[in-house]
Every structure is written in C-alpha cells, then in structure tokens.
Design a protein around this ligand. Sequence first.
Ligand code: 3H9
Length: 699
Amino acid sequence: MKGTVHYSTDGELAVLRIDNPPVNPLSSGVRQGLSDGLEKALADDSVKAIVMYGEGRAFIAGADISEFGGKPEGPSLHACLQMMEQSPKIVVAAINGTAFGGGLEVALCADYRVAAPSAPVGLPEVKLGLLPGAGGTQRLPRLIGAEKALAFILSGDPIPGPKAKELGIVDDVIEGDFIKGALDWARQQVAKGAPKRRIRDDSGKAAADRGNDEIFAEARRSAAQKMRGRFAPEMIIQCVEAAVNHDDFDAGMKVEADNFRKCLEHPQREALIHMFFAEREVAKIPDVPKDTPVKPIASAGVVGCGTMGGGITMCFANAGIPVTVLEMDDKALERGLGVIRKNYQRMVDRGRLSADALEKRMGLISGSLDYADFGAADVVVEAVYENLDVKKEVFKKFEAVCKPGAILASNTSGLDLDAMANVTTRPEDVIGMHFFSPANIMRLLEVVRGEKTSKSTIATVMQLGKKLGKVAVLSGNAPGFIGNRMLAGYTRQAGEIILQGATPYQVDKVIGAFGMPMGPFQMHDLVGLDLGWRARKLSGMKPEDVPITARVADKLCELERFGQKNGRGFYIYAEGSRAGQPDPEVVKLVEETSAELGIKRREISDEEVKKRCLYALINEGARILEDGIAIRSCDIDIVYINGYGFPEVTGGPMFWADQQGLSNIYQDILKFREEYGDFWQPAPLLEKLAKEGKTFASL
Ligand code: 3H9
C-alpha cells in the first residue's frame, strides 16, 4: 500500500499527519491510515477533537490518479469520509499546502477548515476529464452557493487561502507557524465547545438557487465556449443542479456517483490523465540524471527582434530574467521593441497585466546593435532568418563574445544543429531551443540535443524551459526535429487529397471537427503561402519540379493571394477578420490543377480525409521513435498538443493511435499503399507493434 498517516495526540487533540511524498495523494495507504487514525481517535476518550494536515508542501493533492482504471485496494475514500462526517468529535482540516480535488473534498467533510495563506485550494478534476467525485459537487454548492461553486469547479483553477476564506470555503487563514497555529485554533474550538457542523445537513445556500435556471444556462454557455468538445463539464453541471434541486443529500450524491463513473469510463478521462503524467515524464531524460549540475541563468540575449525573437524576448522578461535583444539597425530595433510594448499593452487592456508589471517587464529588456553586449549573458538564443549559413555566422559571433560556459542556443525549426555547433570551439554548450509562434504564448519548447551537447547544458535548458512557463521536450538533431518532421507528411497528404477530389474546405472541416483549432489550409493561410513560393523561386526551382502538393499554393501566390496577410489565400478574409470564407474560384483552380496533372477526381469521404491526414502523422511518429529522435511516444504527444493544436482530449497522436488499435491503423495504411504508393510504406515499428498486438505506450 502506498502512503501512510501518522497518528499522535497533543493534549485533547488527535493529530493525523498524512504522509505520501511528494504531494500526499489519497493512495490506498493514506485511506487505510485515515480510517485507522479516525478509529483510534474516536476510541480514545481523552481526545476531544481531531486535526489533520499533510507532511511537506501539500495537504492532499487529491485522489491518487495512478490508481484510476485499476483495481482499488484498501478502504474506499467514501468510507473514510463517512467516518469523518459521522464522528461525534469535531474534525479540523488544517490545510497547510495544496488541497486539490479529493484533498479539498476531505476538508469539506471536516467540521472546520483553516488554511495557510499560501495554500492553493482547488477542484481541478475537470482538467483530467473528471468531476469532484467525493461529494465536492454536493457540499460546495451547499457551502458557497451554486453559482460560485460552478465557476470554481468548471474552471478547475486553484485559489490561495485568503481567497478561499473570502469565498467561505475555509473558516480562517493562519499566519506564521501554521501547524502550531492550527493546533491552537482547534484547541480554542474545543474550549468554546464548538459544535459539529456537517455541510450535508444545511442545504440552505444551494436551495436558495432553486428555480434560478439562468445560473445553469450561463454555465452551459460558458462551457460550450471555453471547453468545446469536453465531456466532463455537462456532467458537473448536472451534479450541481442535483445539489440545488434535492434537499436529500444522498440523492444528489447518487447523481454525482453516476456521473463520476461516466467520466471515469470516458476515453477523454484516460487521455487527459495520460497528458498529466506525460507532462511530467518528458522532463525525465534517461541519460541525464536528476542531479546533473545546472548552470544559473540570470541574464539572456536574443538575436533578432522580429516575430520570433520578440516573442522569445518576452518569455525571458515574463520570467523576470533581464534580456538584451539585438537587431541590425536602429529602425528594426525600434520597431521590434515597439511591437513588444504593444503586445504587453494589449494584455493590460484586457486586464491580464497591470500597468506596473508592463513597465517592469519592459525595464528588463534592453535593445542593442552590438554583439559585445552579450558578453555577460548566461544564455543567448538566435532567432534569425531560417538559413544555415546565416545562422552559422551568428554562432561565430557568439563564439567571439560570449563568456565561457554560456549556453548558445538556436531557435531553428529544423536545420542541422551540429553544423552550427561545429563552427564554435564549444559544441558542448550549443543546443536548440525551438519556440513556437507566438513564442510568448505557445507552451511548447522543443529542446534539440546536438551530437556534443553536454548533459549539463541539456539539464539547464530543460529547467530553463520550465522557468519560462514552457513544457520542454527533448528531440534529437534530425531534419524537422519531432514536430515539423511529422507535419510534413500531414500537409503533403492534405495537398494530395484536394488534387484527388476533396476541396480544401472539406479537409479543413474534417480536421476542425476532429478538434484541431484549424485545418491544414487555414494553417497555410495563417503562415503565409508566399514563404514556400518565394523560397522555391529563390532556389531557381523550375515549375515542373515543384512538388505537386504545392502547385495550388504557388498558383494562388501567382494571383497575389498570399493568405491572411493580404486578405486572400485559400480563403477570402473580410477586412480585419481571421475567419475566412470559402471561394469557388479556389475550387476551380484546384480542379484545373488536377486536370493538368492528369489526376481523375472522385468523391473522398470525410473518414478517408481524417485517416490519411492523421495516419501520416502517426506513421512518421513511429519512425521518429524508432530513430530515437523522440525518447518516448508521450514526448510526441506533448509536442503535438502544445505546439500544433492537436486536441488535448485525444491524448496526442500516438496515444490516440493506441486507442484506435495499431493493427487497425496498420491495415488501413497497407490499403493506402496499394492505392497511393510508397508514401504509405508502414514504419517498421508500427508494423511490429501491430503484429504483436502492442501499443506505442508499451515501449
Ligand atoms: C480526484 O481527486 C478525484 C476525486 O474528486 C474523487 C475521488 C473518488 N496522484 O506535479 P509535480 C505526482 S482527481 C498521483 O511534479 P508540483 C506527480 O505525478 C485528482 N500522483 O509537483 C509527480 O510524480 P513524479 C485531483 C500525483 O509541485 C509528483 O507527484 N488532483 C498526483 O509541480 C510531483 O508532482 C489533481 O488533479 C496525484 N493526484 O505540483 C492534482 N499529483 O515525481 C494533480 C501529483 O513521479 N497534481 N502526483 O513525476 C497537481 O496538480 C500537481 O502535481 C501539484 C504539485 C500541484 C499537486
């Protein structure tokens, strides 16, 4: 059994100390310990009150997520909660640190709650595709009213102790020595003869909302907007409705239990819990142990203050790290810094940043025209034009000015990192830091390991990623790294499918319905169709050598349709709008291109569109795993969800593939190969796993 609860007495108090490092989830041993401790306290006549708190930084982080889907051991949480609630002696929850999910629900079964000022309190179950299933949906509306309870449970966001007091979730906030203060507080309750106070017995606040249907209509509107496609929010709303509509507490608990089970059995729950563990797993690099020394990062430098460089500069400033950003001339620098200020100002206008914080962040940023200003920087990141020769020149300059041991990073999205490292005499300090646009917003950071990158450089940058608020995933150095390498096959399929009979609008609709924020053609319009077109022109590529899947985009560019930037691309955009309208002219152009290429058009089903786009990702993902470019399949999932908008509720492309059954995917790929040729050669790893009936996650 995992975890334990230490029992002791302190005068008239029984003290239960929950101990399940590092964050005290309610694993089987904790449930057993709580049950034993309560029994002991109830049997001891000298005990007048029971106080519980957690060892270390958490009170209780919630149910043990790793137990979901398995066979439960030990007493159920509900049995422990019933003991607490039915105890004739008062119970005080001393919330010393994180009280999440089942942890807060334990506290809601106590008669009294006190919290440390810094203790985060929350019901984050919705983020895992679940609902508070230990009475939270019934007790919280009774305690604070349905509207506030719904907002709290549906957001899943934590609040600190003082805010919890303001909302009425805790009775008091204790400053100073928390445990001592909490024990004194409990003793005072005993001295006052404080009564038992069971939330379940007082439905007043919930009942007051009876008949106020607008609360639930608003919750549904908000959930549809903010959590499109999610299963759990509606389940939560129904539970709170039950709390409001039933005076009988147990009737509401039954609705909660039924809906909790529905969530538990839903594939979204499995996918979201996979994401929870995957986010923690990606930080673990097998040959870079946890105790690898990291270098302190107190200052940074960024080369280039364009879209990428400006965003990266903001990331450092947001994390409180002073940063020098370099441009070629005054004009470019002024423009870049102006854009950064405007971005911050927009945050201020939307109430997401204070005017003070704006100035503080701008104060951390200094502009420069001289590489010598990077002399003291602990890390420098280049974000110049995506051209290997240009980047090599930047690394030569880094070599000349940066102090020994400084981390020299490239933001390249797919070029050869070793080629850059080898122009320096310190390739061990060179690493890829591939941010995703807009860099100050997107959570993904692809960290690229060169042949000679040192373990300390890797450990430092992985940790720096976290400090910058990113989820950092390590990739090997191979063209396109993890994300863009997979994307290539996906966009190629989309390009082929439209030549064979679908329209760009059908493809985008199918991908949108799958849950991606945009389809491949909307993405092309956003990025700009002219980038590839210009690069092909510059390289002197003949029109007949242009890949067939890029022909339509190039023709659009010849018609000066570059995408969103000039209001016309695959779609037509009204002034200032990002929502494009389909254009019959584009469909005609696609049809003409098919005819020129001698491709006979036919109807392509939505199902085929979906499979071809997604299987192209998965097949390449299997190769990336096999080549050791990604460490685990969950690393690929994290890349796709955080960098490319793959829907979180699927758990990422590789997890989704596991859920579909690799054998099914393999069979479809074989059919595609027969029909469409060698692009669809199944990856050997996919073939092997499919034949063995295994999953990517089993590797
Ligand atoms: C629930 O409660 C359902 C109930 O309503 C109904 C029940 C009937 N379980 O994040 P960290 C591990 S649903 C198991 O790196 P931090 C985590 O994997 C639950 N393990 O630390 C990691 O392991 P490792 C509702 C857990 O300080 C280690 O602890 N609760 C759990 O940055 C350290 O975690 C939640 O959703 C868990 N519940 O953040 C809370 N929590 O070292 C989820 C953590 O091997 N947890 N671990 O990689 C969190 O949000 C954060 O972990 C927390 C600490 C804020 C607590």
